[in-house]
Design a protein around this ligand. Structure first.
Ligand SMILES: Cc1cc2nc3c(=O)[nH]c(=O)nc-3n(C[C@H](O)[C@H](O)[C@H](O)COP(=O)(O)OP(=O)(O)OC[C@H]3O[C@@H](n4cnc5c(N)ncnc54)[C@H](O)[C@@H]3O)c2cc1C
Length: 344
């Protein structure tokens, strides 16, 4: 039997960055992932955007997360030896005059200032319709597939490609057994698939499907665009997302999804675009929009790190460290994310 202190089930951005924390701390662990190409982390647009929504609101913990990500991702790139992270301005295109006004208010607010790159009075952005103008935000783009593949490769024998059925998981007296594997603590990181997890499905998940397109268009490669839909440059193409669908929980890229995305793209692009790829996945969104971290109330050796919702790439680095500290008894969880906020 192969014995580990920790087994992490699910190697999306949550499980993989948690595994990275255990790797850095030289712990005995195994990360297991089925390498589903439709996993949320592998389909994600890759945008980190600190100011979001119709009202241009600063996202939860924006400053702390930005500072952390700004150091974490470049360091991880260096350790893994592959490029996947790029800081870049995001042009926030205003939908109407009210939004342009909101922006001017934001520009004067001290907590927004570190993330704002101008005061919104620029004119002209080639290929993009900007009838009400735009502002610029400090953003970033993460190319998740090379990140995950490189991280799994660096983990070597601490990573295994496998699909685990829940009925294979046997909590026994000495350890938790999964076939010929055994561990002391099992951390579930299966993304939205955790809605079928017999121990953690009581948590209020609210999964949300989304479409992402890969397109080519003659617009600037030096900026991202946030205009309801987003456009992020990756080499010679752009990634464009996303739809939000709550009543169709599968990863099929449908005609309807493509039509919606194309319509939204045509609303912002004044140049033609060529479609290269269309994918869909389901986000692990949750009702109160805060991650799920913590320990099962009864099965004390079972843990969860999930619920990263629409912002996994901003949240996963800081919260994987937070989760690792908790697992190793080096800190308690923030009450906002601790699953003890829900009862079984
Ligand atoms: C269309 C779309 C666009 C998005 N755009 C962005 C964006 O621009 N920026 C951003 O920050 N976030 C974005 N997100 C959200 C982001 O993708 C998620 O927050 C994040 O990837 C969730 O990561 P996770 O590791 O929790 O889950 P997942 O990525 O779902 O990873 C879970 C992994 O566990 C595996 N797994 C599950 N069950 C088992 C099992 N039984 N055995 C073995 N393996 C298993 C899955 O196959 C998967 O590989 C987007 C999501 C979607 C769908």
């Amino acid at each position: 039997m192969n014995k580990y202190d920790y087994i992490i089930l699910g190697g999306g951005i949550a499980g993989s960055l948690l595994a990275w924390q255990l790797h850095l701390r030289k712990k005995s662990f195994l990360l297991i992932d089925n390498e589903d190409s439709h996993a949320s982390s592998r389909v994600a647009g890759g945008m980190i955007n600190p100011i979001t929504g119709k009202r241009l609101v600063l996202t939860w913990m924006a400053e702390k997360l930005y500072d952390f990500n700004h150091r974490f991702y470049p360091r991880l790139e260096k350790s893994l030896g592959v490029p996947f992270y790029r800081e870049l301005p995001l042009r926030r295109v205003f939908k109407n005059a009210a939004q342009a006004n909101d922006w001017l208010v934001r520009c004067r607010q001290a907590d927004y200032r570190p993330f704002i790159l101008n005061d919104g009075d620029e004119t002209g952005l080639f290929g993009i319709k900007t009838p009400f103008g735009y502002g610029a935000v400090l953003g970033a783009a993460v190319d998740t597939v090379p990140l995950l593949n490189a991280l799994h490769a660096v983990l070597g024998n601490s990573y295994r490609k496998s699909n685990i059925a829940y009925d294979e998981i046997k909590p026994e007296k000495e350890h938790i057994r999964i076939g010929e594997l055994a561990c002391q603590k099992l951390i579930f990181c299966e993304g939205w698939k955790a809605t079928a997890n017999p121990w953690f499905s009581y948590l209020p998940f609210n999964p949300c499907k989304g479409d992402v397109l890969k397109i080519r268009a003659d617009i600037s490669q030096h900026t991202g665009i946030a205009a309801g839909v987003f456009l992020l440059p990756f080499g010679d193409h752009f990634r464009c997302g996303s739809t939000y669908i709550w009543d169709e929980l599968d990863c099929t890229a449908t005609e309807q999804g493509l039509r919606t995305m194309t319509r939204q793209l045509e609303n912002i692009l004044s140049v033609p675009h060529a479609l290269l790829e269309h994918k869909a996945a389901v986000r692990p969104t949750v009702k109160d929009r805060r991650p799920f971290l913590g320990r099962h109330p009864r099965e004390k050796r079972f843990y969860i790190f999930n619920g990263l919702g629409t912002k996994g790439l901003s949240l996963a680095p800081w919260f994987s460290r937070h989760m690792a500290d908790y697992l190793l008894d080096q800190g308690s969880l923030l009450s906002d994310v601790d699953i003890s906020r829900f009862s079984l």
